[in-house]
Design a protein. Structure first.
Length: 213
C-alpha cells in the first residue's frame, strides 16, 4: 500500500494514477496520514509526500513515535517538490540526509519513469507499469491542453470568429435528420486533436485578418 500525502488534489490524483497497479490512498494532511498508519500499520509500504508535508512529518517526528508505539518500522518516504519550493527543499536537504526528493513537472514526459524509479529505490517491490503510466500521463496532459485551448479561445474574445467557424459543433446530422456523431466522454485524445486543428485554423484566420488591416 502507498500513501500519497499531497494538499493539491490535482497533483495527488496524477501521482496516484501513475501507480495504478498499487493500492493507493490519497490524503491531504499529516493528521490523515497518522490515522492511516493507525488503521493499516505495517501494511503501508511507502509514503509519497509533498515537501511541505514532508518537512512537518520529519521535524515533528510524530510518525516515527507512532510506529515505535506499534513496534513497526516507519515506511520510507519520497518527497515531491514543485517550482517555488526551492528554498524549503534546500533547507530540508541541509537538515536531513537520505531522503529521495523528486521535482514534480507536469510538462515533463519523462516524469512517470522518474517517479516510479525513485519509488523503486526505497520500495523495490512496487507494482508499476512504466509504459502504462506514460500513456496515462500523456492522456491527462492532452486532456488539459484540450481544456486550456478552449479556455484561451473564450478568454481572448474570439466568440464571434468561433461561431463563424462552427468550432465545437458536435451534433451534425445526416439526411435522415439523426445525429451521425457518437458522443464519447472518454475519447479525450480525439477531442484534443480535433480542437487543436481548429485552433490552428483560428490562428491562421486571425493572422489573415490582422495582416489585411
Amino acid at each position: 500500500m502507498i500513501l500519497i500525502i499531497e494538499s493539491d488534489i490535482i497533483i495527488r490524483k496524477k501521482l496516484s494514477d501513475l501507480l495504478s497497479k498499487e493500492r493507493i490512498i490519497g490524503i491531504d494532511s499529516v493528521q490523515q496520514m497518522l490515522e492511516m498508519i493507525c488503521k493499516f500499520k505495517n501494511n503501508v509500504n511507502v509514503m509519497v509526500a509533498d515537501i511541505h508535508q514532508l518537512h512537518e512529518i520529519i521535524s515533528k517526528k510524530v510518525v516515527f513515535r507512532l510506529c515505535d508505539r506499534f513496534h513497526i518500522d516507519a515506511p520510507p518516504i519520497v518527497g515531491i517538490y514543485t517550482d517555488g519550493d526551492e528554498n524549503i527543499k534546500k533547507e530540508f536537504e541541509r537538515d536531513n540526509i537520505g531522503y529521495k526528493l523528486l521535482k514534480y513537472n507536469d510538462k515533463d514526459c519523462d516524469f512517470p519513469e522518474l517517479y516510479i524509479e525513485t519509488i523503486k529505490k526505497v520500495y523495490p517491490q512496487v507494482h508499476a507499469d512504466i509504459e502504462k503510466a506514460r500513456e496515462i500521463w500523456l492522456e491527462e496532459k492532452e486532456t488539459e491542453d484540450f481544456v486550456d485551448i478552449r479556455k484561451w479561445i473564450e478568454e481572448e474574445g474570439f466568440s464571434e470568429i468561433v461561431d463563424k467557424m462552427k468550432i465545437g459543433e458536435s451534433d451534425k446530422k445526416d439526411n435522415t435528420g439523426k445525429s451521425n456523431i457518437k458522443k464519447s466522454t472518454k475519447d479525450y485524445k480525439k477531442l484534443y486533436f480535433e480542437l487543436k486543428q481548429k485552433y490552428d485554423e483560428l490562428l491562421k484566420y486571425v493572422k489573415e485578418l490582422t495582416d489585411s488591416v
